[in-house]
Design a protein around this ligand. Structure first.
Ligand code: DGL
Length: 284
């Protein structure tokens, strides 16, 4: 086997988000592909992405992909709906990157079961403004009615360690109840931070959740990534050793490590990374 090819199998899978949200993708990815090396990148210095302009989101996402390229990744997963909505269509069309890039919206929209007639999608203000979840779902399933809801407070609640505050249940109910009253039969976590509120959803609206399906687009993204790696013979072969996950953030490393401890119950070593914003990277 040529050396370069076997080295590529050991290369990490890059996964990024603005902050903690992508760790909900990571936890599922690491369970399904325990032998893979993963590079997690959180752009915590610039979060939340949800209140940024399309040009900013594109610029940040492009810089993260450049950083990923410098680390020699074998694939990049966008663990961020906001980047997927606003930056993916452009970045994926550039010949600049020699690894596949998968976003979190398209695999979900494409593989969603067609039976659901009305679904509610909770997402960041920037994602909702782009209308990308609705456009993609209806591109593949024109008969599904999509109700999108902008939830501007939820990312800060999670990043500020306020998930367990009493006020959070109110913040969840305030957006979820009207959507259920409008007839949603399934609810979609249209931002990777939101599954971290899953237990609040269940506490806040127990009667509804018994007959309403919760959908996490991360499940579809991971299936897509697994299929690609398998089809291209790129799965790591060394199955005697577990893969390693390395964490990089652009903001406070201690804060991110503390948040990981609080949310996932394990302390991680977190490194600082800087993004380079040169004139060349300013592509808009
Ligand atoms: N977790 C991200 C998403 O899926 C971004 C949240 C934010 O920074 O606003 O959209």
């Amino acid at each position: 086997m040529p050396y370069a090819f076997s080295a590529l199998r050991d290369a990490p899978i890059g996964l990024f988000d603005s902050g903690l949200g992508g760790t909900t993708v990571l936890s599922k990815l690491a369970k399904l592909l325990p032998h893979e090396n993963i590079l997690y990148f959180g752009d915590t210095a610039r979060l939340p992405y949800g209140d940024k302009t399309p040009a900013q989101i594109l610029e940040y996402s492009a810089a993260i992909l450049k950083w990923m390229a410098s680390q020699g990744v074998k694939m990049v997963l966008m663990g961020c709906n906001t980047s997927s909505a606003l930056a993916y269509p452009y970045l994926n069309s550039l010949p600049a990157f020699n690894f596949p890039i998968f976003d979190i919206i398209r695999p979900f929209a494409q593989n969603l079961a067609s039976g659901k007639k009305t679904i509610g999608v909770f997402a960041t203000p920037a994602s909702v403004k782009s209308d990308m979840h609705k456009k993609m779902i209806q591109y593949y399933h024109p008969n599904i009615e999509v109700l999108t809801v902008s939830c501007p407070e939820w990312v800060s609640i999670i990043e500020n360690g306020e998930i367990e505050k009493a006020e959070t249940a109110f913040q969840v109910k305030k957006y979820v109840e009207p959507i259920i009253e409008q007839g949603a039969e399934a609810l979609v976590y249209g931002c990777t931070h939101y599954p971290l509120l899953g237990h609040i959803f269940r506490q806040a609206i127990p009667d509804y959740l018994s007959h309403i399906e919760m959908i996490d687009p991360a499940d579809f993204l991971i299936q897509k990534a697994m299929q690609y790696l398998s089809d291209h013979d790129l799965l790591r072969q060394n199955i005697e050793s577990l893969g390693k996950t390395q964490f990089y953030v652009t903001g406070d490393t201690q804060l991110f490590s503390d948040n990981m401890q609080r949310i996932w119950g394990n302390r991680q070593h977190v490194e600082h990374a800087s993004l380079l914003f040169t004139e060349k990277l300013k592509i808009v």
